[in-house]
Design a protein around this ligand. Structure first.
Ligand code: ARG
Length: 460
């Protein structure tokens, strides 16, 4: 087994099972680009401060860049017995450039190093997630704009409630994913703080210029307490929570698309390229992307519970438990990125079945509220109007009628506040266009909202 960089005080070599149990390089090697960027900034600062000589720093930077190239080309040999990404890179640096490579770690600990790496990684990934969220929002925007005239039933309790515009329904999802963007942006403020200089836990006696290192790495600020900085994983928990909520939103969407694409609903056609067939039933077209999105949401919730549980009992400061932050973090980020990308394309490609949605929109006495509002506007107290229309619905059910097929004489049996104009009122178009209030489903409002979104997001 390899000679450990920390091996000085040890008389026995590490047990092979312990190496296997404690290693993280098999998964934390993805931090390599961030680890190297952090090391280059650190060593540049050490030289500026006169802690290292310029030519020493230069050799180290060249060595690190060479290692980065090897990693990118897949030529770097990762060794499990060197534990983690940090030790693998440092050991290789020393092998490449000799003992001067051992000066890289001056005034630094793996504790502030790993905290820095993970922050750089999370910052990078959040920016990618923000772009994916935007393109998903654009897909909803495109659907809303393209199918602005489609009317569908709106539901509460999964029972037909009131007619709404399909566009309004699409823009409800726009709002969810807009909040997700805001949450990630807010998290970024707490992510973008540099721990380097905290060293193992107490800070360091070297005259480091932390602000300078931070500016090289484009951190907004430096951490204010070394003990907190090496043990804080709030930003990991927050990031995974944000991912979990994105998944919750995608899962709600998925559930609706699964329902909508059934024979029973028949509301949408999903693009063929995003569905799969059955190995036995030739007629099948299954919404597997949506089902897997719904299923993978459970994984990401699991990641969130994992990180919250890992941090809950930790005494100050760094404890090796914290190494377990990475797999849930990576899994949550990988899953949410893939799910966002594939669902943006599903949404872009889906086609509402206009006729079917329209005909279902008036089912289930979906205009009953409009009739009650009609009476209330004629001066009947709303509570009474509600009861009267309830009686009308019961009458319709008993006599196999709908509100649309009620005559004016029938209406007047229930209240003499009814005039002929009630008959024109009873249409899904009339119902949606009457809800002309900010946030309402009237076409006029939805068009205004589309315009607002267009300028907010720069969509064309
Ligand atoms: N692989 C470790 C982690 O991810 C790096 C920090 C190790 N620090 C230590 N004192 N053993 O947490």
């Amino acid at each position: 087994s390899e000679k450990k960089l920390w091996g000085g005080r040890f008389k026995e070599s590490t047990d092979a099972l312990v190496e296997k149990f404690t290693e993280s390089v098999s998964y934390d090697k993805r931090l390599a680009p961030f680890d190297i960027a952090g090391s280059i900034a650190h060593v540049t600062m050490l030289a500026k401060q006169g802690i290292l000589k310029e030519d020493e720093a230069k050799k180290i930077v060249e060595g690190l860049n060479e290692i980065l190239r090897e990693i990118e080309e897949g030529k770097f040999e990762w060794k499990q017995e060197l534990e983690d990404v940090h030790m693998n890179i440092e050991k290789s640096l020393i092998e490449k450039i000799g003992p001067v490579g051992g000066k890289l770690h001056t005034g630094r600990s793996r504790n502030d190093q790993v905290a820095t790496d993970v922050r750089l990684y999370v910052r990078h990934e959040i920016n990618e997630i923000l772009a994916l969220l935007k393109s998903l929002r654009e897909a909803f925007y495109i659907q809303a704009k393209k199918y602005i005239d489609v009317i569908m039933p709106g539901y509460t309790h999964l029972q037909i409630a009131q007619p709404v515009l399909y566009a309004h329904h699409m823009l409800a999802y726009y709002q969810m994913f807009k909040r997700d963007e805001e949450r990630f942006k807010d998290t970024l403020k707490r992510v973008n703080v540099m721990p380097l200089g905290s060293a193992a836990l107490a800070g360091t006696s070297y005259p480091l210029d932390r602000e300078f290192t931070a500016s090289l790495l484009e951190f907004d600020s430096v951490s204010r307490n070394s003990m907190d900085a090496v043990s804080d994983r709030d930003f990991v928990a927050e990031t995974i929570f944000n991912c979990a909520l994105v998944m919750a939103h995608l899962s709600r969407l998925s559930e609706e698309l699964i329902l909508w694409s059934t024979e029973e609903f028949g509301f949408i056609d999903l693009p063929d390229a995003f569905c799969t067939g059955s190995s036995i039933m030739p007629q099948k077209k299954n919404p597997d992307v949506s089902e897997l999105t719904r299923g993978k949401t459970g994984r990401v919730y699991g990641d969130l519970v994992a990180i919250l549980t890992i941090i809950k009992g930790l005494p100050m400061t760094y404890n090796r438990d914290l190494q377990e932050d990475k797999e849930p973090l990576f899994d949550a980020i990988d899953t949410v990125k893939l799910a966002l990308a594939v669902n943006a394309r599903v949404v872009r490609g889906m086609k509402p079945k206009k006729e079917r949605m329209r005909s279902q929109a008036s089912k289930g006495f979906s205009l009953a509220t409009d009739v009650a509002d009609y009476l209330a506007k004629k001066g009947v107290p709303f509570r009474d109007a509600h009861r009267i229309v309830g009686e009308i619905v019961a009458y319709c059910l008993d006599n196999g009628k709908t509100l649309e097929t009620m005559t004016i004489d029938e209406f007047r049996q229930f209240s003499n506040a009814f005039d002929k104009d009630v008959l024109n009122l009873i249409s899904v178009e009339g119902s949606t266009s009457s809800r002309n209030i900010i946030g309402g489903t009237a076409k006029e409002q939805v068009l205004k909202e589309l315009e607002r979104i267009e300028s907010e997001e720069g969509f064309k």
